[in-house]
Design a protein around this ligand. Structure first.
Ligand code: NAP
Length: 395
C-alpha cells in the first residue's frame, strides 16, 4: 500500500490523483493533502479522505478549515498552513510517495524537503524543475529517490527510455498541440482575449498552464524540465507540433529507431504510471485505435511563438535565466488574465526580464527563491515601463 501526499490536491492534477486513488483502494491511500485557497474543496476532501494532515495557504484559512472540520465532527486531521505546512504534509513519516502538483514555485520547498526526506516523487510541478532542477536532481541522486515525471510528455519519454540505455539516446522529441493559436492570424494576436486563450484544443488544465500552452511557454518550460530530468543538453531536446496530442512524445535512438508513446489524453494515465512504477497496473484508460486515423507533425513556428525561442536561450544559459523565465511568465500571465496586458505582452515581458537579469547559478533553494523574487520585481518594472498597471506581490 502506498501512502500518498498530494501537494495541490484542489487543482486539476490533484483531483485526478484522488480519482486514481479512488479507483485503486487496495494499492493507494491518502496520507496528507496540501491546498491553497479553495477551502470548500479542501474541506470536502478532508471529510471524504480523512488525511493525517492538511495544509492551506494562510493561518486565517487554516483556522476557518479547522472550525469547519470540528463543526462537522471530522477529527484527527492536523491543519497546518503556508510553506511550513506544505513541508510538513510532504514529509510525514508514513508518506512514501509525494505527488508534487502545486502550480508555480510555491511548491518548490515542499518538493525539495520531500526529496531530502527520501520520499519518491511524482512530479507535475514543472516550475520547480525549471527553477531548481540542478539542485533537485542532485538531491534525488544523493538520496536515491526516484523523480517520476507526471507531465505527459516527460512521462512518455520516461516510458520510451525503458527500451534502451541513456548512451543510446540521440535526442528526444517533445510533442506540442500548438494550442488554440496555431493557425490564428498573426496580425490579430494583439486582440486575443482571455477566453480565447483559456480554450485549449485537447487538454483541460489549470488556468496558468492553459495560457502557457497558448503562448507555447509551457513547451519551453518542458524543454528545460526534460534537460534536467533526463540529463540532456538543450540541443538534444526538440519540439514537434502534433495537433492531435495522441503521441505524447518520442525518443530517438542512435541506431535511428524512434519510439513513441500513445494513449488517451487523460492525465490519470501518467499519474497512475508514476504512482505504480516500476509496475504497470491494469486500468480502463484504453485508447481507441481508430483515433490513429490521422497524425500530423510540423515544426514549431518561433515567429508566432517567441516564448519557445526565449526558453531555448534560457536553457542554454541555465541558472537565473531559467528561474526568470518562469517567474516573469507567472507575473505576465497574471497581468494578461486580469486584462492588463495583451497576449503578446507576455512574451515581451519575459524577454525584457531575460535581457536584464544578471547571469548567476544559485546553489541552494533559498538562493533560487531570492532570484525568483528579483525576477518578479524586474517583471513588474518591465510592465510599468511599458505603461501597464501592476498589482502588489501576493503573500
Ligand atoms: N493540469 C494538467 O493537465 C497538467 C499537466 C502537466 C503538468 N501540470 C503541472 O502541474 C501543476 C499543477 O497544475 P494544475 O493544472 O493542476 O493547476 P491548478 O488546477 O491551477 O491547481 C494548482 C494547485 O496548486 C495549489 N496552490 C496554488 N498556490 C498555492 C500555494 N501558495 N500554496 C499551496 N498550494 C497552492 C492550488 O490550490 P487552490 O486551488 O486551493 O488555491 C491547487 O491545488 C503545474 O505545475 C502544472 O504545470 C499540469
Amino acid at each position: 500500500m502506498k501512502q500518498i501526499a498530494i501537494l495541490g490536491s484542489t487543482g486539476s492534477i490533484g483531483q485526478s490523483t484522488l480519482s486514481i486513488i479512488e479507483s485503486f483502494p487496495d494499492r493507494f491511500a491518502v496520507a496528507s493533502l496540501a491546498a491553497g485557497r479553495n477551502i470548500d474543496l479542501a474541506f470536502e476532501q478532508c471529510a471524504r479522505w480523512r488525511p493525517r494532515a492538511v495544509s492551506v495557504a494562510t493561518e486565517e484559512l487554516a483556522a476557518t478549515l479547522s472550525d469547519r472540520l470540528k463543526g462537522a465532527g471530522v477529527s484527527g486531521v492536523e491543519v497546518v498552513y503556508g510553506t511550513e505546512g506544505t513541508v510538513r504534509v510532504a514529509t510525514l513519516p508514513e508518506v512514501n510517495f509525494v505527488v508534487s502538483a502545486i502550480v508555480g514555485v510555491a511548491g518548490l520547498e515542499a518538493t525539495y524537503a520531500a526529496v531530502e526526506a527520501g520520499k519518491a516523487i511524482g512530479l507535475a510541478n514543472k516550475e520547480a524543475m525549471v527553477a531548481a532542477g540542478e539542485i533537485l536532481t542532485a538531491a534525488a541522486r544523493a538520496k536515491n529517490v526516484p523523480l517520476l515525471p507526471i507531465d505527459s510528455e516527460h512521462n512518455a519519454v520516461h516510458q520510451c527510455m525503458r527500451a534502451g540505455t541513456k548512451n543510446e539516446v540521440r535526442r528526444i522529441w517533445l510533442t506540442a498541440s500548438g494550442g488554440p493559436f496555431r493557425t490564428f492570424p498573426l496580425n490579430a494576436f494583439e486582440d486575443i482575449t482571455v477566453e480565447q486563450a483559456l480554450k485549449h484544443p485537447t487538454w483541460v488544465m489549470g488556468r496558468r498552464i492553459t495560457v502557457d500552452s497558448a503562448t507555447m511557454l509551457n513547451k519551453g518550460l518542458e524543454i528545460i524540465e526534460a534537460c534536467r530530468l533526463f540529463n540532456l543538453p538543450p540541443s538534444a531536446v526538440r519540439v514537434t507540433v502534433h495537433p492531435q496530442s495522441t503521441v505524447h512524445s518520442l525518443v530517438e535512438y542512435i541506431d535511428g529507431s524512434i519510439l513513441a508513446q500513445i494513449s488517451v489524453t487523460d492525465m490519470r494515465l501518467p499519474i497512475l504510471y508514476a504512482m505504480s512504477y516500476p509496475e504497470r497496473v491494469e486500468s480502463d484508460l484504453t485508447f481507441d485505435m481508430a483515433a490513429l486515423g490521422q497524425l500530423n507533425f510540423e515544426p514549431p513556428d518561433v515567429t508566432r511563438f517567441p516564448c519557445l525561442r526565449l526558453a531555448y536561450e534560457a536553457a542554454e544559459k541555465g541558472g537565473a535565466h531559467c528561474i526568470a523565465l518562469n517567474s516573469a511568465d507567472e507575473i505576465a500571465v497574471d497581468a494578461f488574465l486580469e486584462r492588463r496586458i495583451p497576449f503578446p505582452g507576455i512574451a515581451r515581458t519575459i524577454e525584457g526580464v531575460l535581457q536584464a537579469i544578471p547571469e548567476n547559478h544559485p546553489g541552494t533553494i533559498s538562493e533560487v527563491l531570492a532570484c525568483d523574487r528579483l525576477a518578479r520585481e524586474m517583471a513588474r518594472e518591465v510592465l510599468i515601463r511599458a505603461g501597464h498597471e501592476v498589482t502588489a506581490p501576493r503573500s
